[in-house]
Design a protein around this ligand. Sequence first.
Ligand SMILES: NC(=O)c1ccc[n+]([C@@H]2O[C@H](COP(=O)([O-])OP(=O)(O)OC[C@H]3O[C@@H](n4cnc5c(N)ncnc54)[C@H](OP(=O)(O)O)[C@@H]3O)[C@@H](O)[C@H]2O)c1
Length: 340
Amino acid sequence: MTDLDRIWQLQPEGQAYRLEQTTRPRPVPGAGEVLVRVHAVSLNYRDLINLRNTAGRNVTGRIPASDGAGVVVACGPGVSNWTPGDRVCGSFFQTWESGPFEVRHHQHDLGGTIDGMLAEHVLLSATGMVRIPDYLSDAEAATLPCAAVTAWQSLFVRGQLQRDATVLALGTGGVSVFVLQLATAAGARVIITSSRDEKLVRARELGAWQTINYSATPDWEKEVWQMTGHQGVDHVMEVGGPGTLEKSLKSVSASGQIALIGVLTGFGAPSCSLFPLVAKNARFDGIYVGSRTDFEHLMAFMTTHQIHPVIDREFSFAETPAAYEYLASGDHFGKIVIRV
Ligand SMILES: NC(=O)c1ccc[n+]([C@@H]2O[C@H](COP(=O)([O-])OP(=O)(O)OC[C@H]3O[C@@H](n4cnc5c(N)ncnc54)[C@H](OP(=O)(O)O)[C@@H]3O)[C@@H](O)[C@H]2O)c1
């Protein structure tokens, strides 16, 4: 008899999608594939984008979520680098192993173009997985594939972060809290913003150098300028998009970097001039997560510094819609996890 797995999938509803819980036959690993029993999944803002259809992407019938952690239960023909019992995370782009990004990887992003992790068992590519260090729990490891790898790529791979550099993180969502933790561990000084003072207190506990409430201080870029002795920050981790870009351009230092990461204020065109980038000899780096090798380097760095991801709240598998609603509320600090 075929085993049935519980899964969540996206189904069209009006102009957007809804979450549907159903079952499907447990997949069987083919050549080069590994069957993984998923223990924990984490959500990203991207999962809301897909659910709300704000990026106009067809995800009908798709199992959502790029991020999960679990244990290898079976390996397909030709797989020699994994053994049942190994603890693993999937890598966001199943085909991006190392080196620069290539367009072909767009066809292999978990929870987007291909099925994601919100299921009891998933098939992953044997070359699209990363080993979980012993010191991390499954829930902690599940938070890493998208948000933490994005922070890593922005700061260290593209940004070449130096000790004592200054970094600006916007808000206290998943990516920004990883920026705070990773950059602080590397000896950089992080300025982080939030709409809520209580979250800024937590950010200080995690090592933030300076904090700004962007609701109470709408001209936060002026604060950044003051805090940095009228130099600006070396690295801006731009998760806001068109609504924050002008202020980020004013916040970046001469020869600095703006990592273009997110769209929290939408997908529209920014209305500001890009001339500050020219005047400051600064640069934009477009960021789209990272490779499996980037993920492995991140794991090594986190292990060296014994960094534990910040999990705000955990939900059960059945509570998945509530987990999405909590993400949409913006009440969280760091990451939201679903136990599978
Ligand atoms: N390019 C990539 O590879 C990549 C990878 C991951 C994520 N992203 C993008 O990066 C963004 C963040 O993703 P995430 O998963 O970290 O999101 P998230 O966890 O949902 O972050 C939500 C938080 O962002 C803050 N925020 C919202 N609007 C803001 C604004 N106008 N200015 C400053 N902060 C604001 C709020 O923090 P407070 O409550 O503290 O105010 C909110 O709680 C999203 O747009 C996502 O699509 C891109």
